[in-house]
Design a protein around this ligand. Structure first.
Ligand SMILES: [Zn+2]
Ligand SMILES: [Zn+2]
Length: 348
């Protein structure tokens, strides 16, 4: 069997990641084999690398992890009709079953039998990946491959932002990781009137400014409720996008939200926490929206449309702050773990 080089979680422990020679993935009649050009590292990959509680409960080594990529189709299964050898593609990593209640009612992004490549099955940290035809996304061949490799987090940001009514409104983004920065870029490109970015890491605060935040506030040193109140005529922001994944971020977000505002939550919280529902939700007449994945495939079509806007492409390019060769995986992962970066990509 043909072999390839891959980054594999070989053992259930923090030091359990290694470069290995593994077989080129099998592909069935409905699958497509893709040669990878660019991969990006996701927060999920950091969880798998670190082997935290989430990873312990979910991941079964050995696993080729990674799920954000762009590449070229090299083989197709016998039933495949919509994809050709040579196509420039990326992939939606959520594989929906197609027959559960959610799949049949337009909610396949929250399929009851969801499997994720790079999490529940082998993924993109190798020379090749095999995915179902249904999950292939055709990229615009004129786009830089690295912009195509970050469509998984960009799709999260598009899904989160467009779950709210933000045009001409005052919006706060709490947490400027790569996805928070992408939310700022979308808000700026598409016409939010005032964008408050809330982040304590200086590197990331600077990035928020570069991609369009009007105000960059530090939750440790700034009196954020007072500043937001002053800058919004005393009413608070219309919309909050929470991408930090901490209790404090949600509590702050609810605090600065105006009466009748909407908060969308993309963060993943390590432990349960309390919120004052009477004060911050009921009497505030607030709407809380949880976000998971990308709408399949409405979000992808919207992303493709946004990528036709030159200044939007330029802003997302700025969020890709570090580029490595695949062979430098451990260096790239250390950069991600440091938090002194936006998006980190690797070229094959
Ligand atoms: Zn991802
Ligand atoms: Zn389903």
């Amino acid at each position: 069997m043909e072999k390839m080089r891959a980054v594999v979680k070989v053992r259930a422990e923090p030091n359990g990641t290694e470069f290995s020679e593994v077989p080129v993935p099998d592909f069935g009649p409905n699958d497509v084999l893709i040669k990878i050009n660019v991969i990006s590292i996701c927060g999920t990959d950091v969880h798998i690398f670190n082997w935290d509680d989430w990873a312990k409960n979910r991941i079964k080594p050995p696993l080729v992890y990674g799920h954000e990529f762009a590449g070229e189709v090299v083989k197709i299964g016998s039933n495949v009709r919509s994809v050709k050898v040579g196509d420039f593609v990326s992939g939606e990593c959520h594989i929906a079953c197609g027959h559960c209640f959610n799949c049949r009612t337009g909610l396949s992004h929250i399929c009851q039998n969801m499997r994720i490549f790079g999490v529940d099955m082998d993924g993109a940290f190798g020379e090749y990946i095999s995915i179902p035809e249904s999950n292939v996304w055709h990229n615009d061949p004129s786009l830089p491959p690295e912009l195509c490799s970050v469509q998984d987090p960009l799709g999260n940001a598009v899904h989160t932002t467009f779950s709210t009514d933000f045009v001409g409104r005052e919006v706060a983004v709490v947490g400027i990781g790569p996805i928070g920065a992408m939310c700022v870029a979308i808000l700026k490109t598409c016409g939010a009137s005032k964008i408050f970015a809330i982040e304590k890491n200086n590197y990331r605060a600077k990035l928020a400014k570069e991609v369009g935040a009007h105000y960059v506030l530090n939750p440790v040193t700034d009196n954020i409720p007072e500043i937001v109140s002053n800058e919004t005529g005393g009413k608070g922001v219309d919309v909050v996008l929470e991408t930090a994944g901490t209790a404090g971020a949600v509590q702050l977000g609810l605090n600065i939200l105006r009466l009748g505002g909407k908060i969308s939550l993309l963060g993943v919280y390590p432990t349960p926490f309390e919120i004052d529902f009477s004060k911050d939700v009921v009497f505030k007449y607030a709407t809380i929206q949880g976000i998971n994945g990308r709408l399949m495939y409405e979000t992808w079509y919207r992303m493709a449309g946004l990528y036709r806007i030159p200044e939007f492409r330029e802003r997302i390019s700025r969020i890709i702050t570090h580029r490595y060769k695949f062979e430098q995986f451990f260096e790239a992962m250390e950069k991600m773990r440091s938090g002194e970066c936006g998006k980190v990509v690797m070229y094959m």
